[in-house]
Design a protein around this ligand. Structure first.
Ligand code: NCD
Length: 308
């Protein structure tokens, strides 16, 4: 089986460091990378809505000089005829050199990777995980803070269904003296499997609270998230919980001067647009960091597969 990226834990700490260093080098010397993937094809299979992740992968491949084949909608693909993920993966392996796949079912990317003969990158599988968003988050933290250790990280919003949160906890858990403040409504707390298998197993320091304002003064990073409407079983619960947290300039009064505010986007209501001009807002920088990390990842996986 060729190497894929399904979960952020598939990458060692050294590999995360290498990817970050490659991304920083791409930012400095884009021309050195502009033709490395000439003649290679990335297939983006997105069976769930996405703007930035799909376009970010596609921009990444184009900036490496490669080409892109794209399925943007399950309804227009053979999935609508009942084709299995396994078969789709086998078929796409005949056309492309690497796959980026988003799917509403947890585990779908793993099934694709087990059946593809080319690398598969998980671009989000249901409420499970989203490792390349974490790569974007890590590069943002590195550029803003210069370190991954000795940080108090507040994660706020839908910590139950928010796959970006699960992957980020898994990534940051490996660094020294990282404290997590998990801020959510009771109903949207971090799933117990993440608490048991990551936070408790590794003896990490974390607190759970519903109170964003009380937590604010101690935070170095505030990672806001959208309430994941599409994963709710009923609309009433969504409507009740959707505006649980709205970050406004007022709420930032007690925050550190060097707080970094992250959000994987799309934003709905959780961050007021008045925050966008605050120098602590990093979410649009995060988007561009995501493209550079995806470039670094595509290069790494294609090299390991022997394609480059
Ligand atoms: C996230 C996702 O798809 O999980 N979006 C993204 O990829 N940047 C977050 C979200 O949809 O809320």
């Amino acid at each position: 089986m060729v190497r894929s990226l399904i979960d952020i834990t598939d990458l060692s700490t050294e590999e995360l460091e290498q990817l970050t260093n490659t991304a920083l080098d791409i930012i400095e010397h884009p021309a050195d990378y502009a033709h490395l993937c000439a003649g290679k094809k990335l297939a983006t299979l997105f069976f769930e809505p996405s703007t930035r992740t799909r376009l970010s992968f596609e921009a990444a491949m184009y900036e490496l000089g490669g080409n892109v084949l794209s399925v943007t909608d399950a309804a227009s693909s053979s999935a609508a005829k009942g084709e299995s993920v396994a078969d789709t993966a086998k078929v796409i392996s005949c056309y492309a050199d690497i796959i980026a796949m988003r799917h509403p079912k947890e585990g779908a990317a793993l099934v694709a990777a087990m059946n593809a003969s080319i690398p598969v990158i998980n671009a989000g599988d249901g409420g499970h995980c989203h490792p390349t968003q974490t790569l974007a988050d890590l590069l943002t933290i590195r550029r803003e803070k210069g370190r991954y250790s000795d940080l108090t990280v507040g994660l706020c919003g839908d910590l139950k269904f928010g796959r970006t949160v699960h992957s980020l906890i898994n990534a940051l858990a490996r660094y020294e003296n990282v404290r997590f403040v998990l801020i959510s409504p009771e109903e949207l707390k971090v799933p117990s499997y993440v608490k048991k298998e990551v936070l408790q197993k590794q003896g990490l320091s974390y607190v759970q609270t519903t109170d964003l304002e009380a937590a604010m003064p101690e935070l170095d990073i505030l990672y806001m998230t959208r309430v994941q409407r599409e994963r709710f079983f009923n609309e009433e619960d969504y409507l009740r919980l959707k505006d649980s947290y709205i970050l406004t300039p007022d709420k930032l009064r007690s925050a550190k001067k060097d707080l970094s505010i992250l959000h994987p986007l799309p934003r709905v209501n959780e961050i007021s647009v008045a925050i966008d001009s605050d120098p602590r807002a990093c979410y649009f920088k995060q988007v561009s960091n995501g493209k550079y990390m995806r470039m670094a990842l595509i290069l790494k996986l294609l090299k390991e597969a022997g394609t480059l």
